[in-house]
Design a protein around this ligand. Structure first.
Ligand SMILES: C[S@@+](CC[C@H](N)C(=O)[O-])C[C@H]1O[C@@H](n2cnc3c(N)ncnc32)[C@H](O)[C@@H]1O
Length: 262
């Protein structure tokens, strides 16, 4: 079956042309498709496109999703990131800290004022700052801000006339991020408790939403993305660092809840 969906996720205002990539997607409620996405320039602005989605052949039979409730999954995710906040060097099945930031290729000067404890609990999967501009004076929302690594970088870029709001659901991460803000002594960044699917923010609030390693943890991607769209100003930009699965996942891995949490 070909869905032939021509779906614009969001408009962004940088002007780079990037080749389209294959996207394979499987939702916990069984929605499966693969397709192409890319960035292209139309009328002087750049748009992210998701085009020509197809029901995914490789995944259509084999990928039965374990019956884990959203609440159970959310609790497991909270526990995992509570550990990353409290004991960042314990060892996880994903990269953390300076090592992760180096692998991803962050410019070190961007985070030279971030406290070491906050760097240690960095658990991002990409560099949202590579995706387009953030300008002085912008209002930036960092969804799933963790220990605040990207929020502190954004706070440096937007400067005293800008504002950064980090949102996270894990109390230990919020505590660590707030500690970092008081160490840095910055007044343009704050951290609020909330969920990616239900942000404690008004409509059309943000110039930019960044999110790093979080969308893959949300059970309902459609709900989450439409919530982010609600909070973006018209013409606002969405920069996502995340992971995409490029081949079917073994059933044993699908049933391992610890692999759904990081
Ligand atoms: C992989 S970590 C990334 C943290 C941060 N963005 C970074 O790059 O270091 C995921 C973070 O998202 C938070 N998180 C996961 N699911 C969430 C949700 N549905 N709503 C809010 N926060 C969530 C976790 O508490 C954790 O701090």
């Amino acid at each position: 079956m070909t869905l032939r969906i021509f779906f614009i996720i969001t408009k962004i205002s940088n002007r780079r042309m990037v080749d389209s990539n294959v996207l394979r997607y499987q939702d916990r409620d069984g929605l499966r498709f693969s397709g192409r996405f890319g960035l292209s320039t139309v009328l002087g602005s750049t748009w992210i496109w998701l085009i020509h989605l197809e029901k995914d052949k490789a995944m259509s039979k084999s990928q039965s999703i374990p019956n884990i409730s959203d609440a159970t999954l959310r609790d497991a995710i909270k526990k995992e990131y509570e550990n990353v906040a409290i004991d960042p060097n314990k060892g996880y099945h994903f990269h953390t800290g300076r090592e992760a930031a180096n692998r991803i290729g962050y410019d070190k000067t961007l985070y030279d004022t971030v406290p070491e404890k906050n760097i240690a609990s960095f658990a991002g999967t990409g560099n949202p700052f590579n995706l387009g501009p953030i300008n002085p004076g912008d209002v930036v929302v960092d969804v799933g801000s963790g220990s605040g690594f990207d929020s502190f970088i954004a706070s440096k870029i937007v400067g005293p006339n800008g504002r950064v709001i980090g949102i996270d659901m894990t109390p230990a991460m919020l505590k660590k991020a707030r500690y970092g803000a008081s160490e840095v002594g910055t007044t343009n960044v704050e951290f609020r408790k909330g969920h990616a699917e239900d942000l404690p923010l008004p409509d059309e609030f943000a110039d930019v939403i960044i999110s790093n390693g979080v969308l893959n943890l949300t059970p309902d991607k459609k709900k989450t993305l439409s919530e982010w769209e609600r909070v973006l100003k018209p013409g606002g930009r969405l920069y996502i660092g995340d992971i995409l699965v490029a081949k079917p996942i073994p059933q044993s891995a699908l049933e391992d809840i610890s692999l759904w949490t990081g």
